[in-house]
Design a protein around this ligand. Structure first.
Ligand code: PEP
Length: 254
């Protein structure tokens, strides 16, 4: 597939996989995807598996991401992990503002803005998640919600930092539900996101930013979704937990 921007496909393993299971998965992905050069492949294990996965992918084309991080650089923040600690394990990406963290940990756009800045300060690339709930979509509020999340969540970034930031459009109603946005629905919102980035930063920045789609991506729908002009990859939850389904998503996207 000939794309304007290099695709980035990331697996969000969420609160799944022991260290042994994580190593099985990543060894399988190395076997299946070792020769893929057209796509940036990222896995985001739970914190407890990061050290071992980091060693296992050292000599491979698979990159490491974290699922969250603190906005602070260190100190008395029980249970938190700082960007600098992730860097010790060669983590390159960090998912910020996933809808599950917005919902269960009460993460706000203002907090996500602080985290995005802290990530860049440590040379981690944030994957900033945005997306509307079903109620918001049905009320015709999709663009207003996404615009607010972008405006506030990216408020502290410079143009150079924005170019190194990935956006994941994840309609909340499509996450873990088996109900994906149609390629047309995804393209419409992705194009809106790119226009918003052009207004907030500039055209050149907006053209370079990669926008992933997330929400029930499977091998069967990956090709059509990735075929949309403004869809530059995927953030995959459930289907990233199996060697076969995640590698087929990557292979079907090329
Ligand atoms: C996600 O949680 O980021 C996600 C997209 O999940 P799923 O692929 O399971 O819908």
């Amino acid at each position: 597939m000939d794309k304007e921007r290099k695709l980035i496909i990331a697996g969000n393993w969420k609160m799944n996989k022991t260290v042994a299971e994580a190593l099985d998965l990543v060894q399988g992905l190395k076997r299946e995807l070792g020769s893929v050069k057209e796509v940036d492949i990222v896995v985001c294990p739970p914190f407890t598996a990061i050290a071992e996965v980091s060693k296992a992918i050292l000599d491979s084309n698979i990159r490491l991401g974290a699922q969250s991080m603190s906005e602070h650089i260190g100190g008395a923040y029980t249970g938190e992990i700082a960007a600098g600690m992730l860097k010790e394990f060669s983590v390159r990406y960090v998912i910020l503002g996933h809808s599950e963290r917005r919902q269960y940990q009460g993460e706000s756009d203002a907090l996500i803005a602080k985290k995005a800045l802290a990530a860049h300060a440590a040379s981690l690339k944030p994957i900033v998640c945005v997306g509307e709930t079903l109620n918001e979509r049905e009320a015709g509020e999709t663009e207003a919600v996404v615009a607010r999340q972008l405006q506030l969540g990216l408020a502290r970034l410079s143009k150079a930092q924005m170019e190194e930031t990935v956006i994941a459009y994840e309609p909340v109603w499509a996450i873990g539900t088996g109900r994906n946005a149609t390629p047309e629905q995804a393209q419409t919102v992705h194009a809106f996101i790119r226009r918003s980035l052009a207004a907030q930063f500039n055209d050149a920045v907006a053209k370079r930013v990669r926008i992933q789609y997330g929400g029930s991506v499977k091998p069967a729908n990956a090709r059509e979704l990735m075929g949309q002009p403004d869809v530059d990859g995927a953030l995959v939850g459930g289907a990233s937990l199996e060697i076969r389904s995640f590698s087929d998503i990557v292979k079907n996207s090329i």
